[in-house]
Design a protein around this ligand. Sequence first.
Ligand code: BES
Ligand code: ZN
Length: 647
Amino acid sequence: MVIPVPVNALSLSKLCLAASVLALAACAPSSGDKAAEQADAAPMVAPVLLTPEARDAHSYAQPAIARVTHVSLDLTTDFRQRRMSGKAVLDVAAAPGAKEIVLDSKGLEISAVTDPAGKALQWALGKADPIHGAPLTVALDGAKQIVISYATGPDAAALQWLNPDQTAGKKQPFLFSQGQAILNRTWIPTQDSPGIRQSWDATITAPAALTVVMSAEMLTPKGEAGPDGTRRWRFRMDKPVAPYLIAIAIGDLAFKPISERTGVWAETATIDKSANEFVDLEKMVAAAEGLYGPYRWGRYDLLILPPSFPFGGMENPRLTFATPTVIAGDRSLVSLVAHELAHSWSGNLVTNATWDDFWLNEGFTVYFENRIMEALYGKDIAAMLADLGWSDMQGAIKDAGGLNAPDTRLHLDLAGRDPDAGMTDIAYEKGAVFLRTIEQAVGREAWDAYLRGYFDRHAFQPQTTAGFLADLRQNLLKGDKALEAKIGVEQWVYQPGIPANAVHITSPRFAAVDAQAAAFAGGGAASAIPAGGWTTQEKVRFLNSLPRKLASAQLADLDRTMGLSATGNSEVRFAWLMLAVANHHDAALPSLEQFLTTQGRRKFIAPLFKALMTEGAWGQPIARRIYARARPLYHSVTVGTVDDTVK
Ligand code: BES
Ligand code: ZN
């Protein structure tokens, strides 16, 4: 048995470890670490960015001293105790003379750390911080590999364990993980920083009735018999990925192929409906490749999760995780899949080096998503989506505190805050508008050629905001100062607000929709609205354009005519319910309650509760009553946000 050594018994970075996360900047490599920096550039070790900008304030890792290059997991799932336990073997690349490696961890129950031969290594868990967790420091003692025996804690934020009644099939339990941004440290002890790429493999032992999938190549398509009614599944990701992209799901899963390299995973109970919604998957991959180069990850599959999945989608490599609320029945919400697929380039291939650079992931992806949609479904749809995004951007600026608010900058300063704070439509939509503005300044042909080259030049590497600007200057602007001034690159990236040259793609069809909204708001009948021929995007635009105060008879007329309370289209339903809440429209409450208790997508849940809470004596009791019922169904990500609102 190993006795954990107190932190001060370890040598190299004791001062940094004793310091709080706020002081991490002081631990950033300084001149004293030059040797380590140079050693790190040796061919054996993948390069690490060490500019002050690339310093990750959300990780305890000191990659210039020692970094993880490969993670090998061997874990057994215990659905009764809601725990995973087993071993993580980490390959370590250390600078000469490095004595220890610092990992990230949160709530992990560590029982031993050894070298591969079983020799105990000294280790210590530092002080835990509520956002970042605790540094796990291991004395290397010459080891190139370390073996960590551990179990996940009871409230591992990355994991959601579902009872059978929380699934579509209702018969089997379900487990899924969500790593982004800094949650994977609650189930994997590694350096949880997007700039520290790691290849990985995993062996997962689970109840025999369940299927295990991961964001990696599946080496055992049917699993192998394991002990005590279990099956064992093996996976391998041989490309180095940011650790937030390691993901797992376990449940009663079925698979339907769409093409040779694409397909859909879903609960057996929903597989047919799910596969039917995404028949265009192969076409999407082909369209993306036509724009920005070959898809480099082998397969592209989609996993439809149970309804509590907190996000619309998550771009886990080879296997996008998606909410079932994307299934409208008419394929009208598939831009979400275009988005997650686009991350296979912007995000998974070229990855934000720190969470301050999050817009490099999301802004590029929203831009790319829109180009895929244009290629597949035409300019009209793409323009509507872009125009909705423009409105979302305006909303985000308002939420951030107006045009001068620091959080309206693309390059963020998230030190000391949960990186979740950066997940706003500034990164997504202002980011995309910036790229459209460059596109318009240089022309689509030059821009597309540049972007394709950009993904190639930086493939499988982290990228900083400054790194992107340097690349842009070198390969697109090429010293043309007038062009750079015309675009206003620095202002776009480092200043708050929206520069005057922002390209706003407007949809001509929305002009007609807005006219209909004005007519209806002025007292027109709902039967006069040509909604039967409208796309989802036009319906959403229409509802969002209506004044927040309408007569209840008007709302009832609208609901009856457009079937809003009963619609299975989650985007339309959400827009309707936001309007209903603003109007204290009691007749919509059963629909609202049903919507809030049958799915847990934060983008829908959080704004609805927030809206209820701003409606005083009418809304607050409703919010509290429904939240008490709904909270146990939600993922920690959604709970974390709504807990701050409903009190
Ligand atoms: N990577 C994000 C989800 C994410 C971001 C999770 C930050 C955790 C932290 C994903 O690609 C995404 O943006 N999803 C969106 C849908 C998309 C169509 C805009 C979502 O979940 O709403
Ligand atoms: Zn995204």
